[in-house]
Design a protein around this ligand. Structure first.
Ligand code: NAD
Length: 437
């Protein structure tokens, strides 16, 4: 199959490289010239484990290439994927579909012969109808089928998620698309992974329902964690105690500083807006958003309380900036609100992240970056774990203690147990462990 992938970001680049690895011929297209130039020099513009090798192999095999030009690759493609961004629209929180619609117009101008146009971007229910309308208006003669195929990969584990997904959801309105989409995902289909065909609108809504449910699950355990702190219970054991129930499941029950990232915040908000517009409000999700929004600054208050209510002039070392480990993505990371709230209290912020510091520099002011946890802990009155990178899971506590002004570890990811930290002579605060921390 010949595939054109419009948008070469976290989703487009990973999907494009994986489709090429399945044996398809893929051209990744992006408007950002710098990104395409870098890819053509063999550089990967984002950090995603394993992506550099996968891209290099498939480029070498002649199955994967990069360009800023639409016309050639789109006219030759059997399938064109749209994987451009759909951020929150400034002001009202609806999904900003301008990139999707711009891509639809450009695709329409170039398609030749029967072509499947697939929206992989996360888009509100009904967007496929509008993409189809725009394309038919631009090119009344074009023979197209517009399909929805939302992506469920997680940054940091994107390649294995793409190659071994729990399910593939495909929403179609034109029966001709069924065979082509089955062919696109053939290697996964042969491995008996569930390929769920449904209508386009249902498919679009599945993606939002999935993300909203996961965001709600995280928020649920975060509130239980707060209650644990008040009543002297341990949220880690509660997660285990409820997660072993097959109806609940153990995943997404880790209490922490609140969800962030490029998907949950914007997708929950967009679902709320769609639901309100359709006179069918999703109040559970409205509440989830409100709870999560206040949680991040509450995490800063946790740090301030651990420092006896005053951080003015104090040096605080932040370990981890990205919204989760194994990515360089800083979009809506909890670290942003936490750091800003600490700065509002007068703290001096030093930070270290294995991959996120470049992106962080464009977002946060007045932060001093260091080369290691020990580097930034020098003279600090608190070390705060915000993102649970593996290299923060085995900190040398003696070394930390020896360089810090006062030995205090605030662990917003419950990486450690209170006993092991206290044994090394550091004060310790964590999430939802009312019994001991
Ligand atoms: P991204 O910002 O990393 O990438 C989007 C790319 O599209 C950018 O490189 C941009 O230059 C390019 N682009 C924008 N308009 C274009 C146009 N008209 N023509 C060509 N290129 C254009 O975004 P992302 O994280 O890859 O997300 C893409 C979509 O996938 C979003 O809808 C997102 O919600 C969804 N999604 C993301 C993830 C994730 O983990 N990042 C997971 C599942 C779904």
């Amino acid at each position: 199959m010949k595939i054109a992938m419009i948008g070469s970001g976290y989703v487009g680049l990973v999907s494009g490289a994986c489709f090429a690895d399945f044996g398809h011929t893929v051209v990744c297209i992006d408007k950002a010239e710098g990104k395409i130039e870098a890819l053509n020099r063999g550089e990967i513009p984002i950090f995603e484990p394993g992506l550099d090798a996968l891209v290099a192999e498939n480029v070498k095999a002649g199955r994967l290439s990069f360009t800023t030009e639409f016309s050639g690759p789109v006219s030759e493609a059997d399938v064109v994927f749209i994987a451009v961004g759909t951020p929150s629209r400034r002001g009202d929180g609806h999904a900003d579909l301008s990139y999707v619609y711009a891509a639809a117009r450009e695709i329409a101008e170039s398609v030749k012969g029967f072509t499947i146009v697939v929206t992989k971007s996360t888009v509100p229910v009904g967007t496929g109808d509008e993409v189809e309308r725009i394309m038919r208006e631009t090119r009344p003669d074009a023979d197209i089928a517009v399909v929805s195929n939302p992506e469920f990969l997680r940054e940091g584990a994107a390649i294995s998620d793409f190659k071994r997904p729990d399910r593939i959801v495909v929403g179609i309105e034109d029966e001709r698309a069924r065979e082509v989409m089955t062919e696109v995902y053939r290697p996964l289909y042969l491995n008996q992974l569930p390929l769920l065909f449904t209508t386009r609108r249902t498919s679009e809504l599945i993606k939002y329902a999935a993300n909203a449910f996961l965001a709600m699950k995280i928020t649920f355990i975060n509130e239980i964690a707060d209650l644990c702190e008040k009543v002297g219970a341990d949220v880690q054991q509660i997660s285990r105690g409820i997660g072993l129930d097959g109806r609940i499941g153990s995943k997404f029950l880790h209490a922490g500083p609140g969800y962030g990232g490029s998907c949950f915040p914007k997708d929950t908000l967009a679902l709320v807006k769609t639901a309100q517009d359709n006179d069918s409000p999703v109040r559970l999700i409205e509440t989830t958003i409100a709870i999560n929004d206040t949680r991040k600054r509450a995490m800063a208050r946790k740090v301030i309380n651990a420092l006896n209510g005053d951080v003015r002039g104090k040096k605080i070392a932040i370990l981890g900036l990205t919204f989760k480990p194994e990515t360089d993505d800083m979009r809506d990371a909890p670290s942003i609100s936490i750091i800003q709230a600490l700065q509002d209290g007068g703290a001096r912020i030093f930070a270290y992240d294995p991959e996120g510091m470049e992106a962080s520099k464009a977002i946060l002011d007045n932060v001093t970056y260091g080369n290691s946890p020990y580097d930034i802990a020098e003279g600090a009155e608190a070390v705060v774990i915000v993102t649970e990178w593996n290299q923060f899971r085995a900190l040398d506590f003696q070394r930390l203690k020896s360089v810090m002004a006062k030995p205090l570890l605030v662990d917003l990811r419950n990486v450690y147990t209170p006993d092991e930290v206290k044994r090394h002579g550091l004060a310790y605060a964590s999430i939802g462990r009312g019994t001991s921390a």
